[in-house]
Ligand binder design. Structure first.
Ligand SMILES: CC(C)(COP(=O)(O)OP(=O)(O)OC[C@H]1O[C@@H](n2cnc3c(N)ncnc32)[C@H](O)[C@@H]1OP(=O)(O)O)[C@@H](O)C(=O)NCCC(=O)NCCS
Length: 325
């Protein structure tokens, strides 16, 4: 018995922020941001908005499209590092907003790799026979943790949520293999001391302090490319498939140059690579499920296709899932 994604959904904060708007209060330019990252705009969470409500909206879309009720779920697993509170978990907040009770609901903290990690955990539990229907969510609001005076990080991040419903079923479709990796010794390349998005938003603290996201961009760039290439090769090997047979790569949307460099090193044609970083920026754990949801909507995913998901983020963490659609 394996697991298969039967439906997805996505939701975003109300406010879109263009590069031109950033230019008004930051020493940056649309040309610099686009040429170094591929990002044109991103959505940012504002005071009065709730990331839990946004993640619940993405979840409801996935649940409706799956043709089930929230009460049919056996578990909720959320990849996030932006829980509104230090505790309860973000998954418990989504659970109560969905009107579900008693089933296990928990978070997986793997920064930008959160969805890839959560999907792997869900698949493994379903193979073990623990659950039959699982909601897997990726949701983050890293814009609430950036130091808006640090142009090296502030332009990169956006907020949002994506969700997928997995059902257990026999057969050859679904999650073929996953691989997760971490390297704690590189934690200082990307870190954030602050916790609890609710406190950050409501106190309207400008994150100019030690609490804000700290990143060593150029070092991270090199490791991200190398580790995502390696994990994609390894997961393909584990699943017993050739990379040439992959129909679509839906990777973490951190930077167009990173996505293209990984594809080039893997020898995957650019037309097989899904990119939407231009419209969302780096939404951390939300980026893979938002991209997958858009790829499906755009007719880029067909029955029988091999779809590669991959991500890399703070921890460092990285990983990949190979799916037969
Ligand atoms: C952050 C990143 C875009 C920076 O690009 P880069 O080409 O490495 O640029 P550098 O950091 O070397 O900076 C180059 C110059 O641009 C400047 N610069 C940095 N950010 C800028 C901005 N937003 N606008 C204008 N100029 C900027 C720097 O100050 C530097 O100028 P200097 O040489 O006069 O000091 C890139 O390193 C990156 O994407 N890294 C990975 C980050 C990431 O994906 N993190 C999340 C992983 S999950």
């Amino acid at each position: 018995m394996g697991s298969r994604i039967v439906a997805t959904g996505r939701a975003l904060p109300r406010t879109a922020v263009s590069n031109q708007e950033l230019q008004r209060f930051m020493d940056t330019s649309d040309e610099w941001i686009k040429s170094r990252t591929g990002i044109g705009t991103r959505y940012t969470l504002r005071s009065g908005e709730s990331l839990a409500e946004i993640a619940t909206a993405a979840s409801r879309t996935a649940i409706d499209r799956a043709g089930i009720k929230a009460t049919d779920l056996d578990a909720i697993i959320v990849g996030t590092v932006s829980s509104e509170y230090t505790f309860p978990s973000f998954a418990c907040q989504i659970q109560t907003q969905l009107g579900v009770d008693s089933i296990p609901a928990f978070d997986v903290a793997a920064a930008c790799s959160g969805f890839v990690y959560a999907l792997s955990v869900a698949d493994t539990s379903m193979r073990a026979g623990d659950f039959r229907r699982v909601l897997v969510v990726g949701a983050d609001a890293l814009s609430t943790f950036v130091d808006w005076t640090d142009r090296r990080t502030a332009v990169l991040f956006g907020d949002g949520a994506g969700a997928a419903v997995l059902v257990s079923e026999p057969g050859t479709r679904g999650v073929l293999a996953s691989l997760l990796r971490s390297s704690g010794r590189h934690w200082e390349l990307l870190s954030c001391r602050a916790t609890g998005v609710r406190g950050t938003l409501d106190s309207e603290v400008r994150r100019e302090s030690e609490d804000a996201i700290k990143m060593k961009g150029p070092e991270l760039f090199k490791i991200a490319v190398k580790s995502m290439e390696e994990v994609c090769r390894q997961v393909a090997k584990r699943a017993g498939i050739e990379l040439d047979d992959v129909s679509l790569v839906v990777g973490h949307q951190a930077n167009r140059r990173i996505i293209n460099a990984v594809a080039e090193r893997l020898g995957v044609a650019f037309e097989k690579v899904f990119i939407n970083v231009d419209r969302y920026g780096n939404t951390s754990a939300a980026s893979v499920p938002i991209a997958l949801d858009e790829a499906i909507e755009q007719g880029r995913v067909h029955d029988g296709d091999l779809v590669m998901l991959n991500a890399c983020g703070g921890g460092l963490t990285w990983g990949a899932n190979l799916l037969r659609w």
